[in-house]
Design a protein around this ligand. Structure first.
Ligand SMILES: Cc1cc2nc3c(=O)[nH]c(=O)nc-3n(C[C@H](O)[C@H](O)[C@H](O)COP(=O)(O)OP(=O)(O)OC[C@H]3O[C@@H](n4cnc5c(N)ncnc54)[C@H](O)[C@@H]3O)c2cc1C
Length: 401
């Protein structure tokens, strides 16, 4: 039986500042079990699914058996909590995104965006009904916020409508880019109440008449996750399925504070994954009679990637610690998402450089990280939008328009 320190070293050799020591024994055990599933089930099929633009559901749901959201090992000392620790969450995203960004993205719409929407927006009865089934992966969920004509300006631009008729709400409109929306069992849809103009959230159940979700075709990034274009035509939702605690965009923003940090963690995971894949390759590949890792110019790039791996981990871990202490803040989540995405983009480009011609095929994993990084750079607030959130905070001057 390996000690915790040995397990951590084996799992995350790129974690030179030893951030993983902050994890509990049980958390490390769950992450190590997840690693086994990723190696045995996900990695062997992910390129094939990426190429055919489909999601490896069967392989992914093997992670549910590990209990990545609900294993009792994650709740030792935090009995009664609905979520594992924020540090564990950061490392779970590292674990997933280090292997594949579509897998991490599918998880974030389910276990991050969807789950937090229920926990922060639902009343006790709704949390009781939905949360355990989401945590066990019995029900798949997602997050329907952005629209064909509103992405960055969704706070003011949200145009899907909800009209109350007795105890039933009638939804009309469209949503775009919604990950997992063509297979989800429960679909949180944000819509504007025609009566008071406030944004509210409605749980649309699978098979609801008038709900259609078509996967968006021809993507060059995150090909392995299906992002849906949703249309809602007179979709009826009972008042009992309206999330009671979402009564304006400020309540949506409370969810995004957490989920934006999650995406910072995904960028951190991609940074680490691209670096590790590039490092492995440069140690194997020989040119001029020696491994290319022996050349000074290659080592300089490896060192920069290593620095980015540690820097992104540092941002993720500190934001996670602040959230765990109840000191969450949108500025910090935006700062982390912006910073980690910049470092991710630099790292996948450096990784691409050192893997040469083979690096434009799926063979080394680097091409997949390179392509997938572009979507992460854009979703959960583009680089510019997160920069403007930080800018507003440090100057006191809003500059969105
Ligand atoms: C793969 C993927 C998955 C996604 N998954 C989901 C999901 O599950 N659920 C969901 O609700 N949404 C999802 N989204 C939507 C995502 O949040 C939006 O794409 C994102 O907010 C950007 O909106 P947009 O694409 O409409 O770009 P736009 O808002 O059209 O922006 C285009 C460009 O203009 C810039 N820009 C816009 N406004 C300003 C400004 N004021 N100042 C300076 N520059 C500005 C942007 O930064 C960007 O560079 C996903 C998107 C992608 C690509």
């Amino acid at each position: 039986m390996s000690t915790k320190a040995e397990m951590i070293k084996e799992l995350y050799p790129e974690d030179l500042f030893n951030y993983a020591e902050l994890l509990s024994d049980g958390e490390v055990e769950v992450l190590a079990a997840a690693r086994k599933v990723i190696e045995a089930e996900i990695k062997p099929v992910i390129n094939e699914y990426w190429e055919k633009a489909d999601f490896p559901f069967e392989a992914f749901y093997k992670l549910a058996e590990v209990g990545i959201m609900n294993s009792p090992k994650l709740y030792v000392g935090r009995e009664g909590e609905r979520k594992p620790s924020e540090i564990y969450t950061a490392f779970l995203y590292l674990e997933l995104a280090r292997a594949d960004a579509s897998i991490a993205t599918f998880y974030t719409v389910h276990g991050g965006l969807g789950y937090n929407t229920i926990l922060l927006g639902g009343n006790e009865r709704q949390i009781e009904e939905f949360a355990p089934k989401i945590a066990s992966f019995e029900w798949q969920t997602c997050f329907g916020l952005t629209e064909p004509d509103s992405g960055s300006d969704i706070a003011g631009g949200l145009s899907t409508t909800a009209e109350r008729k007795g105890d039933t709400w009638v939804l009309n409109g469209a949503k775009r880019w919604i990950g997992g929306s063509d297979t989800a069992d429960i679909i949180p849809i944000f819509a504007r109440d025609v009566e008071d103009n406030k944004v509210k959230c409605f749980i649309v159940r699978k098979g609801a008449p008038g709900y259609h979700a078509e996967p968006i075709p021809h993507k060059a990034s995150l090909r392995a996750i299906r992002n849906g274009h949703i249309t809602l035509e007179n979709v009826e939702v009972p008042e009992a399925d309206r999330l009671e605690n979402i009564n304006g965009f400020a309540d949506v923003a409370r969810i995004l504070v957490y989920t934006r940090a999650d995406v910072a963690h995904i960028a951190m995971g991609i940074t680490n994954g691209a670096f590790v894949a590039a490092l492995d390759y440069t140690k194997q590949r020989e040119q001029f009679g020696r491994p290319i890792a022996k050349f000074q110019l290659v080592q300089e790039k490896l060192a920069r990637m290593q620095a980015n791996a540690v820097a992104t981990l540092g941002y993720s871990v500190r934001v996670a610690q602040l959230q765990e202490e109840g000191r969450e803040a949108m500025t910090n989540s935006s700062l982390a998402k912006m910073h980690n995405s910049l470092r991710m983009r630099e790292t996948v480009a450096l990784a691409r450089e050192v893997v040469g011609g083979n690096g434009i095929t799926l063979e080394t994993d680097v091409a997949r990280f390179f392509a997938d990084a572009e979507a992460i750079y854009t979703y959960e607030g583009t680089h510019e939008v997160n920069a403007l959130i930080v800018g507003r905070d440090i100057t006191g001057l809003g500059a969105f328009v």
